[in-house]
Design a protein around this ligand. Structure first.
Ligand code: CO
Length: 632
């Protein structure tokens, strides 16, 4: 651009994401605080517009895997970065968790985050429903910090320029200080970005910051066109933790922009010296490293996030149904359309993806429906961006009226109740928030009984023993959205020959398992109802049996026909026991809750009878196949 090289240089800010999205994308969010602090002083001198260092998955990951206090991390980083602004990613009413929290929790969380050092809050909602961002925006303003309201970029018939302009205006009215265009899947093409940024700049007159992932290989071109259209800040990661599913490289963009007549305020030689440090650090996390060289062409072809495709491969391979891959890919846009075209980002990508897999494997659309889809149809995630297919909605929730209010209006305040629950264990609001957000992890963390994760060796291919007919050959795989996809796929691939498999449906890293039985005619879902042998196929014809709960359990029948022993379907912890030994039960009654990954799984009575042999107690860790209780 001639006028740029000869005229006045325009400032383009760089937000370095290495300490948040960089390692979240490439190292399963495992970078420890002790690997961040030694380089902080140097990074602080670079002249970054800001550093994204907190939020997203880091809060959970800190506690769960690293046995670190996320608040202590933030305080330490704030102390180390004396000049540079710090920013975080906040999932609107979901904060740094995966569900909506009450307004009092949002209020306290934002206040504490601001107090401990966050300057810029990037706030988004997976459905672009501004009502889910409203409370967080208000609170950030109240604390005198910068509100960066987010537009999740996606494509589909309803997503035209008008859609984005309208959304941008709503965010501005709510008090946005700047707008982030979040291209989580890496599908924003350079020229579409140019048009979008140009229009938004003209309409809103607010600073615009671009966020992308390099998965499709378009990221740096897209940034350049966005900058030409007037984008003010771009997100990049240090080259040692850039590209692939992470952001475009900081050094590349600095070199390009400084040379193109823009001014980043960053010296290329200086910033280049950071890579040496991060290259070394990256080696510490080799077992979590998900980097795949090159470009994920599937993202270009199907325009769905790369993680979603890996999940399909993993799920279908486990079900020995990889021949259904194309069918699933075709089903995704149909499900998305039925749901009113939600952007595909956590959690909507998992919700749409899993339902598409179910629709294909069951052979009938919405014959089985996940609980998440049910809640989505009830309006509990917020307003669908487009029109929901009412016929499908009716099939799923019957005559129930979907809620039309802001979902959080239906949530009672949570802080006082949580205080009562946890008592003296939470010494302050920070610890209480940890408990409210992730109770199952925070409790042992605060008790000091949580230990740092020992990375498990990647599962080795196992020669399958001849399966006994009445025994399940299901081996649940511990998968995690951010880390496990690769290893799960490898593991699943090694089990290609199995005739019975478990499909793990991944919701925000939470695993739901569904048994699949393969026979001559194809693939059948085994819902585990009183299964004597794996050949029993359950016909799921009426809606009442289409229960997510039923999907979650797996039952083995003992030799005696009168006693049904229920075993743990996945590794986890006994969260709550709801019925004591000796209690009478009806089939489908909740007996206990098993917490696995981040999800609470209701374990149900497989038949009418009496609960006997309750061999577990609350807090017990169980492995798949461990007996939990029996029903006589
Ligand atoms: Co991101």
């Amino acid at each position: 651009m001639m006028q740029l090289t000869s005229g006045q240089k325009r400032r383009v800010g760089i937000t370095d994401t290495t300490l948040r999205d960089g390692h979240q994308s490439l190292l399963a969010t495992r970078m420890k605080t002790k690997d961040m602090l030694p380089i902080a002083e140097k990074m602080d001198e670079m002249g970054f517009h800001s550093l994204e260092v907190w939020g997203g998955a880091t809060f959970d990951s800190c506690m769960r895997f690293l046995n670190e206090d996320p608040w202590e991390r933030l305080k330490a980083l704030r102390k180390a970065f004396k000049k540079t602004k710090l920013q975080m990613l906040l999932r609107g009413q979901n904060l740094v968790g995966y569900k909506h929290y009450a307004d009092d929790v949002v209020e306290a969380f934002v206040a504490k985050s601001a107090e401990h050092g966050i300057d810029i809050f990037r706030i988004f909602d997976a459905l672009n429903d501004v009502r889910n961002m409203q409370k967080a925006i208000e609170e950030v303003k109240k604390n005198g910090k910068h509100v960066q309201a987010t537009i999740c970029y996606t494509i589909g018939p309803i997503y035209d320029l008008d859609y984005y302009l309208k959304l941008g205006k709503e965010l501005k009215e709510l008090g946005a200080d700047s707008i982030c265009i979040k291209d989580m899947a890496g599908i924003l093409t350079p020229y579409a970005a140019y048009e979008l940024v140009l229009a938004l700049k003209k309409e809103l007159a607010l600073p615009i910051q671009m966020h992308t992932h390099y998965t499709s290989g378009m990221g740096s071109m897209m940034y350049l066109k966005a900058v030409e259209a007037g984008a003010d800040v771009i997100d990049t990661a240090n080259s040692a933790l850039a590209l692939g599913t992470s952001q475009p490289a900081t050094e590349t963009m600095v070199a390009v922009l400084n040379d193109s007549g823009y001014e980043t305020g960053i010296d290329l030689t200086q910033v280049s010296s950071l890579a040496e440090y991060f290259k070394e650090v990256r080696k510490n996390y080799a077992e979590f490293d998900v980097y795949k060289a090159g470009v994920d062409v599937n993202v270009l072809r199907y325009q769905v996030p790369g993680g979603m495709l890996s999940n399909f491969i993993s799920q279908l391979t486990q079900a020995n149904a990889m021949d259904k891959f194309d069918e699933v890919l075709k089903e995704v846009p149909r499900v998305r359309e039925d749901m009113g075209f939600p952007p595909l980002v956590t959690p909507s990508s998992q919700i749409v993806g899993s339902q598409a897999v179910l629709n294909v494997l069951t052979g009938e659309r919405y014959k089985m429906v996940t609980n998440e889809v049910k809640n989505y149809m009830k309006g509990l995630y917020g307003r669908a961006p487009g029109k929901v297919n009412e016929e499908v909605r009716k099939k799923i929730i019957g005559d129930e009226k979907p809620v039309t209010v802001r979902p959080a209006d239906l949530i009672e305040p949570q802080i006082e109740a949580a205080k009562k629950e946890i008592g003296d264990l939470a010494k302050n609001m920070e610890e209480l928030l940890m408990y409210i957000l992730f109770p199952q992890v925070a409790k042992p963390f605060l008790e000091g009984t949580l230990t740092e994760e020992k990375p498990q060796p990647k599962p080795a291919p196992k020669e399958e023993k001849k399966p006994e007919p009445e025994k399940s050959t299901v081996t649940p795989i511990k998968t995690n959205l951010s880390s496990g996809v690769g290893s799960a796929a490898r593991f699943a691939a090694s089990r290609k020959n199995m005739r019975t498999g478990a499909v793990n449906f991944n919701f925000n890293g939470n695993i739901e398992k569904l048994k699949i039985v393969v026979d001559g005619e194809g693939y059948k879902l085994d819902l585990g109802k009183e299964t004597e042998t794996k050949e029993e196929n359950l016909k799921v014809n009426d809606r009442s049996s289409v229960k997510e709960k039923t999907v979650k359990k797996e039952v083995k029948t003992e030799a005696s026909s009168q006693v049904v022993t229920v075993t743990a379907p996945m590794p986890g912890k006994i969260f709550k026991i709801l019925l004591a030994e000796g209690s009478p039960v009806k089939q489908g009654d909740k007996v206990l809750i098993l917490e696995a990954m981040k999800m609470e799984n209701e374990i149900l009575a497989p038949a009418d009878g009496i609960v006997t042999k309750l061999v577990v107690k609350e807090g017990d860790a169980v492995n798949p196949g461990d007996p939990l209780f029996a029903v006589e």
